[in-house]
Design a protein around this ligand. Structure first.
Ligand code: HEM
Length: 166
């Protein structure tokens, strides 16, 4: 009788250990391995737009930038027939987009937007350099660090070929 009981109980215990205890332990271990509740998670790298300070920073930068552009006798002639309120709105949306912020730019692409200036008014490299210089001094005025300024100037410079229709 005792032998019969042992023959029945041992397989039952083995079945319980292998079928219930081991799977529960394994699943707890797996949960632990994937639980990051107590780990400080680094945010994904911020966009340049966020690093600069978002909408308020872009607004301030574009306003100062166009004030500088319009007081530069060498390039202000290009903007004589331009509605500067609309222009600032477009420039803010454009820069927001290229700096990785929300994409609400609906204006022309850089080639289409400047082609007539190249063809009718001789827009060239020297004018482009003035614009870059105003962008650089605007950012410096706002206290943007040198590394960030260099990053932004490189982005602005990347549209040179399109702006000058080359
Ligand atoms: C980093 C380089 C530049 C950027 C990112 C830029 C950006 C823009 C944008 C977004 C527009 C609006 C396009 C549209 O009408 O939908 C625009 C228009 C215009 N840009 Fe630029 N631009 C750049 C260089 C220049 C330069 C070098 C000049 C002249 C010195 C210039 C003069 C103008 C003028 C006059 C308009 C308005 C054209 C019009 O009213 O018909 N831009 N630009």
């Amino acid at each position: 009788m005792e032998q019969q009981l042992t023959a029945f109980i041992y397989p039952l215990i083995m079945f319980f250990i292998l079928g219930v205890v081991v799977p529960v332990l394994l699943s707890n271990a797996a949960d632990k391995a994937h639980s990051f509740d107590d780990v400080p998670v680094q945010p994904a790298e911020e966009s340049l737009y966020d690093q600069l300070g978002g909408v308020a920073a872009i607004d301030a930068a574009v306003d100062i930038f166009y004030r500088r552009v319009l007081s530069d006798a060498y390039i202000k002639v290009f903007f004589e027939g331009t509605d500067m309120v609309k222009q600032a709105v477009k420039q803010k949306a454009f820069l927001t987009m290229v700096f990785g912020g929300p994409n609400n730019y609906t204006g022309l692409d850089m080639r289409e937007g400047h082609k007539h200036l190249v063809e009718k008014m001789g827009l060239n490299n020297s004018h482009f350099e003035h614009v870059l210089a105003h962008l650089r001094s605007t950012l410096a005025e706002l206290g943007v660090g040198e590394t960030k300024v260099a990053e932004i100037i490189a982005i602005a410079d990347s549209v040179r070929g399109d702006v000058l229709n080359r």
